[in-house]
Design a protein. Structure first.
Ligand code: SF4
Ligand code: SF4
Ligand code: SF4
Lengths: 342, 490, 183
């Protein structure tokens, strides 16, 4: 007679299907990003995916772990997507390669692989790139509607792999700083927010041009994940709440120097970060109350970095900093166990 | 009835699978040739046999008496001859054998003398408790704690007696069928329990997926013209039938960790136990049979049977159309908290509420690492952090697991059921608890050994000192004889 | 940039304070080290550690004369507990002192016993009952399984038997680690 330990009933979708749902939820936002910033994004995503799976396989083999179940769990793919979506659309191929390989090899596998990494691998990879290659990492593209140039898939791939612009085009013509970056530069020069927004074509009505759509669609994907119970509401709500409170307060205090909350919520990696990056369960807090502190912490730190820090966007740094605090937060936010004193 | 209800944390909505076994009315199981009665069917000390091999016993006769306070006697469930006493397979997760008494039945079903007490109201509660104890009644919901102990208020005021009719685990329907078919017996039993406890309020808590049973209880209360017993439907959510959970849902009170319901003025019994109490007191019949649900994908005709304790599980499977040799996985209890039995020759015991049979064990998916998704914590009715418990149990850091309140885990299985990494979480907790208990025992043993060793060392030292003293004295005496008078001692 | 640095410094300071506070608040006041070490030893008193009992071994550890991996009855768990207490790294049991064995108790083959009392003198916990010229018996409850009584018996009537597992002493094992889980 066979024996097993209770429960003899399982209702859970496996890890792989959880990760698959995360990827489904990313798709609308990915399409929007490609729509506004061209095929380079798609090239990056594919390249990152290949590098991620390859380095995962190599590391699993080197560590003597079974390869198939871990390659199929989908976590490396999610890391690849998140990192690739944070990179400049025409980033040289070696940027993607180094970032992804670092994320998987160092930030994930060397810490023990799935479930053991204290830091979000995608953000660790991103930050390493940002610190090591600041020039390449801040060279963003102008939305195609602004630059008026649409690169074909082949042209984008050519730029990424050879670094040379397609004939009849200079890279300067298509590139521009991100809206957050532009805003920061202008504010540094002492201009007001209004003046800055008028001075550059990269701004839209809410956030950056195109970015509003991208963030909106990531928001939609995130809500779907919540509906499907892939993530809980705590971290996104707290993160966006933290960002909202900070930005509203400073905007009301001085609207000329501090841009509106809507701009913050719909620019840069706000929604991607809130729903997809900060919610990476492995490196986040796991208690319900802890998740609130964790999310709020990321929101507030993001604002601090955006408003006063040296980098235009702050999600990555904020996530890593809160990753560090997560175990401590978890420890002090254990829920009251049933039957214990209130 | 509208009553304010509370909500316990976590929990799961599981598909019930209850209709399968409630289509047919309950039937008496066939009298088996042999009854194997384990001496240990309850929590507490093993019962002590009082019959010898070869002896003829009557139905209802005591064959093993309770040993100590927390214990319960065992009765012959039918008349016949004792043919063996020794270790036989019993339903236990270990698959080990344990002391049993085997009776060959004679088919006469001849009762021993019964002493009914129809009018229990004239009886002293302690006398009632004694009757219940003598009848060998233990919690029939699955725990098997001797019931008379839980009918003793221990000097505390019990304001509410709660009858657990929730039966929240999928597949199990024995309480459901008992309520449909024997509601009056249950009500009589409840009144006896209430009398013993002097409980002011009395609530029957039943999950709202059992409308027929609910109706039957309400009808019986009306027909018997009994008031003061409330029947309250609670939302169907596993594990609403956990004692602590049901108490919380019905009263909003939380049983303190490490405490008992009686500490908050509540006593909780299972409805089947109530029926058994009625039979014991008013009919003078000890606990020798119970309702058992025979169900599961391997059973062609799932149903409930009224089974004599000691009947081999295989015979019940047969009666429900299953070929015992084709059953590869047999669980006693429900799918969430039941355990696999190692052989279908094991007997039905007092705590056997359900047999869940399948041809194969459910496919086990290989466990992946914990991704800290927190799904388990969301499902945990005790509000624990199962992922942390697992982390520490896995790393054998048992004291840390204990700091995360391992012992508040009720092993309901919610966490493991929802874990996307398919980690056998509950088994880790059982393992950790077992290790902690073992260490505790070993520590106590070591303390005793240390004390005994130190005592021995002290004894040896003392003996040595005495020897030396004697020696010295002798020497001194010798010296004294030879030495000049002035230097002699004293 | 400056304000960001300030913010992080403040954050770091805050966490530092919390940690420092925790360290002070949860500091364990200690009884003497030897007692603490002795409390972790299994009290088998078998001497396999080369000391004449558990306490002398504890004293030797406290003085730094003995290593923490010399006690076979304590097993891996014992070594880990000692390592934890002393803030050292656990190491495997030193094979020179023996191997981890299942729990045993001494059983005297009573008809063979000649009542010489040698085993009584050897037993560190007085677990053997008997008087001169009368057969002896082991109190199973008290026997630590140290085996010290086996050698002195002139008629070899003492053997070590594994402690029987029954339903009460049975416990759940750790789940088998599937290929997919942690190392
Ligand atoms: S449900 Fe499983 S994977 Fe998720 S946190 Fe709990 S133990 Fe870990
Ligand atoms: S088995 Fe224990 S830890 Fe898991 S959900 Fe139930 S009570 Fe919580
Ligand atoms: S009886 Fe023998 S094995 Fe047991 S403690 Fe005494 S000397 Fe050691």
């Amino acid at each position: 007679m066979q024996t097993s330990s209770s429960p003899h009933l399982h209702s859970a979708a496996p890890v792989s299907s959880v990760m698959l749902r995360v990827i489904y939820a990313l798709i609308p936002g990915v399409i929007a990003t490609i729509w506004f910033f061209g095929w380079g994004v798609a090239v990056n995503v594919m390249l990152a995916a290949i590098v991620a799976l390859a380095s995962e396989a190599v590391m699993l083999a080197a560590r003597g772990r079974p390869i198939k179940p871990f390659l199929l769990d989908g976590s490396a793919l999610v890391t690849a997507f998140l990192l690739a979506l944070s990179l400049p659309p025409l980033a040289p191929w070696w940027i993607t390669l180094i970032g992804t390989a670092f994320a998987i090899v160092v930030a994930k596998q060397l810490y023990g692989g799935l479930g053991c990494n204290p830091f979000n691998p995608a953000m660790a990879g991103y930050v390493v790139l940002l610190i090591s290659f600041p020039r390449e990492m801040t060279q963003w593209l102008a939305p195609e509607t602004v630059s008026g140039h649409a690169l074909s898939f082949a042209q984008a791939a050519q730029v990424i792999f050879s670094g040379a612009a397609p004939p009849g085009l200079t890279l300067d013509a298509v590139s521009a700083a991100t809206p957050l970056d532009t805003l920061k530069t202008h504010l540094h020069l002492g201009e007001t927010v209004e003046a800055a927004r008028r001075a550059s074509p990269v701004f839209g009505s809410l956030g950056g041009l195109g970015w509003e759509w991208i963030n909106g669609l990531f928001l939609a994907g995130g809500l779907w994940m919540m509906y499907k119970k892939v993530i809980t509401w705590h971290i996104p709500v707290a993160l966006l709440g933290g960002l909202l409170v900070m930005s509203t307060a400073f905007h009301l205090f001085n609207g000329d120097a501090y841009v509106s909350p809507a701009f913050h919520l719909f620019s840069g990696a706000a929604m991607l970060g809130a729903f997809f990056i900060a919610t990476d369960p492995v490196s986040a807090c796991t208690t319900p109350r802890g998740k609130l502190y964790y999310g709020a912490g990321i929101g507030i730190l993001t604002y601090i970095i955006r408003a006063w820090g040296g980098y235009p966007d702050g999600i990555a740094f904020a996530v890593l900093l809160m990753n560090m605090a997560a175990p401590l937060i978890d420890h002090y936010t254990q829920p009251r166990v049933f039957g214990h004193k209130k | 009835m509208n009553a304010k209800l509370w909500r316990f944390p976590g929990g799961l909505h599981l598909s019930g699978h209850k209709t399968e076994s409630t289509r047919l009315p309950t039937q008496r199981a066939r009298l088996p040739k042999r009854l194997t009665l384990p001496l240990h069917q309850h929590i507490g000390a093993e019962a002590k046999p009082v019959v010898a091999v070869g002896e003829r016993v009557l139905k209802g006769q005591v064959i093993a008496r309770a040993e100590g306070y927390v214990s319960a006697p065992v009765h012959a469930s039918s008349s016949g001859t004792v043919i063996a006493a020794g270790d036989f397979p019993v339903p236990h997760p270990s698959g080990l054998s344990a002391p049993c008494i085997v009776i060959e039945t004679d088919g006469a079903e001849q009762w021993c003398e019964r002493h009914p007490t129809p009018d229990y109201t004239a009886q002293d509660p302690s006398h009632l408790r004694n009757l219940i104890r003598e009848a060998g009644i233990v919690g029939l919901g699955g725990a098997g704690f001797p019931s008379f102990i839980k009918l003793n208020p221990l000097g505390k005021t019990v304001d509410t007696l709660i009858l657990n009719a929730a039966e929240c685990e999928p597949y199990i329907t024995c309480d459901d069928m008992l309520m449909r078919e024997r509601a009056a017996e249950i009500i009589h039993g409840i009144r006896i329990m209430r009398h013993a406890l002097h409980a002011a309020h009395c609530i029957i808590g039943i999950e709202d997926n059992k409308p027929e049973a609910y109706a039957a209880l309400v009808r019986a209360l009306r027909e018997l013209r009994i008031d003061g017993i409330q029947v309250i439907q609670v939302p169907t959510r596993y594990p609403a039938g956990g004692e602590k959970q049901l108490i919380h849902v019905l009263t909003g009170r939380e049983v303190p960790s490490n405490g008992l319901p009686v500490h908050i003025g509540i006593v909780c019994h299972n409805v089947a136990t109530a029926a058994a109490v009625h039979r014991a007191v008013q009919l003078g019949e000890p606990l020798i049979s119970r309702y058992v649900t025979i169900t599961g994908p391997g059973v062609p005709e799932p149903r409930n049977l009224e089974v004599l304790l000691g009947t081999p599980m295989a015979e019940l499977l047969q009666q429900c159309g299953a070929d015992p040799s084709s059953i590869g996985h047999l669980v006693m209890g429900g799918p969430m908290m039941g355990f696999s039995v190692h052989t279908s020759s094991a007997p039905v015991v007092k705590t056997t509420n359900c047999l869940l049979a399948a041809e194969h064990a459910p496919a086990v998916q290989a466990a992946m690492p914990c991704i800290r998704c927190g799904a388990c914590a969301e499902a945990c009715p005790a509000n624990l952090l199962p992922q942390q418990l697992y982390w520490h149990a896995h790393a054998k850091e048992f004291d840390k697991a204990q700091n995360y309140n391992l012992f508040d885990c009720i092993e309901c299985g919610c966490c493991a059921a929802v874990c996307p990494s398919h980690i056998p979480l509950v088994q880790y907790y059982r393992y950790a608890k077992g290790e902690i208990w073992t260490r505790e025992r070993e520590k106590q043993k070591a303390d005793v050994a240390r004390a005994r060793h130190e005592f021995r060392l002290a004894r040896l030292a003392q003996e040595k000192a005495e020897r030396e003293a004697r020696h010295a004295q002798k020497k001194a005496e010798l010296a004294g004889k030879n030495a000049p008078r002035e230097t002699a001692p004293h | 940039m400056l304000s960001a640095i300030l913010a992080f410094t403040a954050l770091a300071a805050a966490f530092g304070l919390i940690l420092g506070f925790a360290a002070v608040r949860f500091k364990v006041e200690g009884d003497p080290l030897v007692d603490k070490i002795d409390a972790l030893l299994p009290q088998t008193q078998c001497g396999q550690c080369t000391y004449p009992g558990c306490r002398p071994y504890a004293e030797a550890i406290a003085k730094g004369e003995a290593d923490i991996n010399q006690c076979p009855p304590g097993g891996e768990a014992g070594i880990i507990a000692l390592a934890d207490l002393l803030g050292r790294d656990p190491k495997p049991l030193n094979a020179r002192h023996g191997a981890v064995k299942p729990k045993m108790v001494a059983v005297i083959d009573e008809p063979l016993c000649i009542g010489c009392t040698l085993c009584i003198q050897a037993c560190p916990v007085d677990a053997i009952l008997g008087a001169a010229k009368q057969m002896h018996t082991v109190i199973e409850q008290e026997c630590t399984g140290c085996e010290l009584c086996v050698a002195p018996c002139p008629v070899d009537c003492i053997r070590m038997a594994p402690v029987q597992q029954d339903i009460r002493s049975w416990k759940w094992q750790a789940p088998l680690e599937a290929a997919g889980s942690h190392a």
